[in-house]
Design a protein around this ligand. Structure first.
Ligand code: AHG
Ligand code: MN
Ligand code: MN
Length: 280
């Protein structure tokens, strides 16, 4: 695992360097979810593929930007599912974006998730690495990742980050969101789940929602490389997750590698409140 994580660190450093003088324009191509790919989505996918395929313990990769699973070494142990660039639509406005990685043992299934990692390409390069507990690292002057702190969530937070087009929310979601604002929660939503959840983790609590909507009844966010890795980190930080009905996003099973799900990540208080609004 340490070896694989060191290859992820290498890839993240190369993406961060490339972000200093990037081509922020769109390509002519679409990915499996139908998004038009930025040239930088493609470049960051290529950097990660090139770097991780050198790692002897890598069995296969699943990428947001590849239609199929890519098998590298059938006898090796780990499958890495990744979103090479989360928050692509913020590339032009220079907001913080990141890469998300889920490390699965042998089979891509939430119960085989052994570690999760994300990078934040913000004003500075930071990395959260989580096996047993999420740990925050920051790139130092010597180009090394230095440990900063463990990430822990409180029972209750102050942040409300909710996605999806509001006119397509259903009534229970609208009522739940309204009730949070009535309890003095503040709206914080950038449009990159990795940044929005990173903010909640670092501030110690709050809730990030991407509900089912009338235009996307199965949600927008993708299970293997967005939802599961961030659910793993939030739960290991002491938070809770749900799809609106269940007790953990990590209980969900999907066959399709680009499957999506409604998803909610937060402190214990907000997730229990959500489950009450959703299930009466
Ligand atoms: P990506 O850039 O990898 O396609 O992911 C974008 C995702 C997620 O990061 C974000 O929370 C959500 O899409 C934003 O969607 P809306 O623009 O619908 O809020
Ligand atoms: Mn994404
Ligand atoms: Mn992406």
């Amino acid at each position: 695992m340490e070896e694989l994580i060191s290859y992820i660190q290498k890839a993240v450093l190369e993406i961060s360097d490339a972000l200093k003088f990037p081509d922020t324009s769109y390509s002519q191509n679409h990915n499996s979810t139908g998004d038009t790919q930025l040239k930088f989505d493609i470049l960051s996918d290529e950097i990660i593929t090139k770097t991780l395929t050198q790692c002897p313990s890598l069995k296969a990769i699943i990428s947001e930007e590849k239609n199929e699973i890519l098998t590298v070494n059938e006898n090796a142990k780990y499958i890495v599912a990744y979103d090479p660039l989360d928050g692509s639509s913020l590339m032009d406005v220079n907001f913080a974006i990141g890469s998300i990685f889920g490390i699965y043992e042998q089979k891509p299934s939430a119960k085989n998730l052994k570690a999760a990692v994300y990078s934040m390409y913000g004003a500075r390069l930071e990395l959260v690495i989580c096996e047993d507990t999420p740990k925050l690292y920051r790139l130092d002057k010597n180009n090394q990742f230095t440990f900063i702190k463990d990430l822990k969530m409180e029972e209750k937070g102050k942040i409300n980050a909710t996605g999806g087009t509001q006119k397509f929310w259903d009534e229970k979601h609208s009522k739940f969101i309204k009730s949070l604002f009535e309890e003095n929660y503040r709206l914080r939503y950038s449009g990159a789940m990795v940044s929005d959840i990173n903010q909640i983790l670092l501030k110690g609590g709050g809730i990030f929602s991407y509900p089912a909507t009338k235009d996307a009844p199965l949600g927008k966010l993708r299970a293997f490389f967005e939802v599961f890795p961030l659910a793993f980190i939030v739960e290991k930080a002491g938070g809770k997750t749900t799809n609106g009905n269940n007790q953990s996003l990590l209980d969900l099973e999907f066959d399709a590698i680009h499957a999506t799900t409604p998803c909610f990540f937060g402190s214990k208080y907000e997730i229990s409140k959500l489950l009450e609004f959703y299930n009466g």
